[in-house]
Unconditional design. Structure first.
Length: 375
């Protein structure tokens, strides 16, 4: 009898040691030590099994984490967080559909937990189930004091779905709910600039959004061409030229990223016109000598995005300065000169596009046709 009593006492002492050890280690985030208890799984409580699962998750051993989350659930742990974290582990092993089921189980116990809702939305998003994803994020937006991510994700998904009206109104709403120091505020401004430029063609609003974005990140040189295009589209040629000079200075000082610095010009204006896309480029180098080029224009087919025609603004005389609109035909080896000229190279993109459109419409006849490769 005495022997049996000693065994029982030792059993309870042993169980207490496991409990204290795992909980203390868990509170101290000593995950590598916690997982050493995995072989005693049948002796542990549901909470302790969860702690081991969580520790495996932190150590990025997701399959083992899933196994111990299951053990905790089987032993009676039915809280939302165990299903949520099992879902996270499943998501990390690319088993997204299973993860969705776990997130939904978590939401049964905590239907207003924004973290659960947001991860469910991202799970649908990762599967490109955009209708389901946006419905979930819209649910998150309706919660009080929700995180900022849903305010961005709702219009972002509508943008993907090409519902530009909902996307635009959603992004403007996001500006009122996201703080300026949050990265999603900057992304929201950039998306507003893009939609106002491409969809509504409200170039003034596009320029306003891009300008505010550039204030937040003045060294983001990818924004400069976007803002230049918006300024030029709005007819704000002076502002566009000032921005070009800043961009040109960064180019000359070798401050541009490698992928931008490899070109000797930059796109300053772009317009969809009929079935064509007209893009105007401006060169950094000043056109000082005869045959130097200050601007180049590509006319692309909108359907396949292939270059249809190529135009240049070329210096034809040195004294006096004459800059003339020409068309280069590389395959034919010819350069066609048109009666459309300027006395200096401070030419607006609007003026350049006007000349190109006249040619495309057949309203301007060539002046001369020369050998393109003749020096």
């Amino acid at each position: 009898m005495k022997k049996i009593f000693i065994i029982i006492v030792l059993f309870f002492i042993n169980s207490l040691c496991y409990s204290q050890s795992i909980e203390d280690l868990y509170n101290n985030e000593e995950y590598k030590e916690i997982v050493k208890f995995e072989n005693q799984a049948d002796k542990l409580t549901a909470d302790q099994l969860y702690m081991i699962g969580f520790s495996f998750f932190q150590l990025e051993k997701h399959e083992k984490a899933i196994d111990f989350y299951d053990k905790a659930i089987q032993k009676g742990l039915l809280n939302g967080y165990v299903h949520f974290e099992k879902g996270m582990a499943l998501q990390n092993t690319k088993r997204v559909n299973e993860a969705i089921r776990e997130f939904e189980k978590a939401m049964i116990t905590e239907p207003k937990n924004e973290e659960y809702i947001i991860e469910l939305g991202f799970a649908y998003y990762s599967l490109e189930k955009y209708d389901s994803a946006v419905a979930v994020f819209e649910k998150a937006v309706k919660l009080q004091d929700t995180l900022v991510i849903p305010y961005y994700m709702v219009p972002h998904i509508y943008h993907i779905l090409k519902d530009y009206n909902k996307a635009l109104s959603g992004f403007y709403e996001a500006l009122n709910n996201i703080k300026k120091d949050n990265k999603f505020y900057l992304l929201t401004l950039i998306n507003i600039g893009k939609i106002e430029y491409m969809f509504t063609k409200n170039y003034i609003k596009s320029a306003d959004a891009y300008a505010k974005a550039l204030e937040l990140t003045p060294l983001d040189y990818e924004l400069y061409p976007k803002l230049m295009k918006a300024y030029n589209g709005a007819g704000k040629y002076l502002e566009a030229n000032k921005l070009f000079e800043k961009y040109k200075t960064a180019y000359l000082k070798k401050e541009l990223p490698k992928e931008l610095a490899e070109y000797n010009n930059v796109a300053i204006d772009e317009e969809i016109w009929n079935d064509k896309v007209i893009t105007v480029y401006k060169f950094y180098k000043e056109a000082k000598n005869r045959n130097d080029t200050c601007n180049q224009v590509y006319v692309l087919n909108k359907a396949d995005n292939k270059i249809n025609r190529t135009f240049v603004i070329q210096k034809m005389n040195s004294v006096p300065d004459i800059f003339t609109l020409c068309e280069n035909d590389i395959s034919g080896g010819t350069q066609t000169e048109y009666p459309y000229s300027w006395k200096n190279e401070n030419i607006t993109s609007g003026d350049i596009k006007k000349g190109v459109k006249l040619i495309l419409e057949g309203k301007m006849k060539p002046k001369t046709v020369n050998n393109l490769f003749k020096k």
